[in-house]
Design a protein around this ligand. Structure first.
Ligand SMILES: Nc1ncnc2c1ncn2[C@@H]1O[C@H](COP(=O)(O)OP(=O)(O)O)[C@@H](O)[C@H]1O
Ligand SMILES: [Mg+2]
Length: 269
């Protein structure tokens, strides 16, 4: 039976929505026809092999890429046709932690966190700026690191500072692109815990691109797998684990296909 609150939330306008998204680069169609809704407060993991279009997909959610055809909506408003100046206020509501979105090496942790704030506002008063930085660093467990430069932090700490920067403007949505890549299992798990904490304490809606299945199972309410430009799985962790599609099973268990083995010219054990 569907409870009242569930039926109400299912009627709520999705925070983000993609309708009939096709993305081509030249002759190549990377995303074929994707329609997805992202509900408020939920964490969705997007999985799939390298090069399948995960990053391309989430870049559409903040219009860093524009659809070849199709639409992107934020809280019911179409955003894919907006120009950069009209997008600016919307982008303040969507934080992102991108693979290439490294910290600015020449800026301290404090200045890195304040960077998006200064871009979008005149800049808070000095005292407020201190409070803001302390608050965000406390959230990621790094209060006290304000005056460090990125070079003096570990890879995991740098990701946490990048996360503090992503939440500097109190976004409603956070997009993560491979947040645990390059980290050892313990540091990866700290990031997983932080993603869960932000969802719990700030009620953010999150979309997390990952090829780390352990992370996907731990953090996600919903897992979407892309393959060959389409969504081939969309459901919770159990749905994915029990999915019978061979491509899905190969991916989640990290196995090569017969075809991959043949191309490597090695036999299966
Ligand atoms: N700006 C671009 N121009 C041309 N091709 C691109 C561009 N961005 C991504 N691609 C191609 O789109 C495909 C999907 O890329 P991407 O989304 O980065 O994959 P991943 O799933 O590993 O994140 C790749 O083949 C990539 O080369
Ligand atoms: Mg990628």
């Amino acid at each position: 039976m569907i409870s009242q609150s569930e039926s109400k939330s299912s009627q709520e306008t999705p925070v983000l929505e993609i309708k009939g998204l096709v993305k081509k680069f030249g002759q190549r169609t990377v995303l074929k026809n994707i329609s997805l809704c992202f509900a408020k407060g939920k964490t969705t993991a997007i999985i799939g092999p390298s090069g399948c279009g995960k990053t391309v997909l989430i870049k559409h959610l903040i219009c860093l890429l524009r659809p070849s055809t199709g639409e992107v909506l934020f809280k019911g408003q179409r955003i894919d046709e907006l120009d950069e100046s009209a997008l600016a206020p919307i982008r303040t509501r969507i934080g992102f932690l991108f693979q290439a979105g490294a910290l600015f090496d020449s800026l301290t942790v404090r200045e890195n966190i304040l960077f998006p704030v200064r871009q979008h506002q005149k800049g808070p008063a000095f005292k407020d700026a201190d409070d803001l930085v302390r608050n965000k660093l406390t959230m990621v467990g790094l209060d006290g690191f304000q005056d460090y430069y990125p070079a003096n932090l570990s890879g995991g700490q740098q990701k946490r500072v990048a996360l503090a920067r992503a939440i500097a403007l109190d976004p409603e949505v956070i997009l993560y692109d491979e947040p645990t890549t390059g980290l050892d299992p313990i540091r990866s798990d700290i990031i997983n815990e932080l993603i869960l904490k932000l969802q719990r304490e700030l009620a953010v809606t999150s979309v997390v691109v990952t090829h780390d299945m352990k992370s996907a199972y731990k953090i996600a309410d919903r897992i979407i797998m892309l393959h060959d430009g389409n969504v081939i799985v969309d459901g919770d962790a159990d749905h994915v684990k029990n999915h019978t599609h061979p491509i899905v099973q190969q991916f989640i268990h990290g196995r090569l296909s017969e075809e991959d083995l043949a191309s490597l010219n090695v036999s299966s054990f």
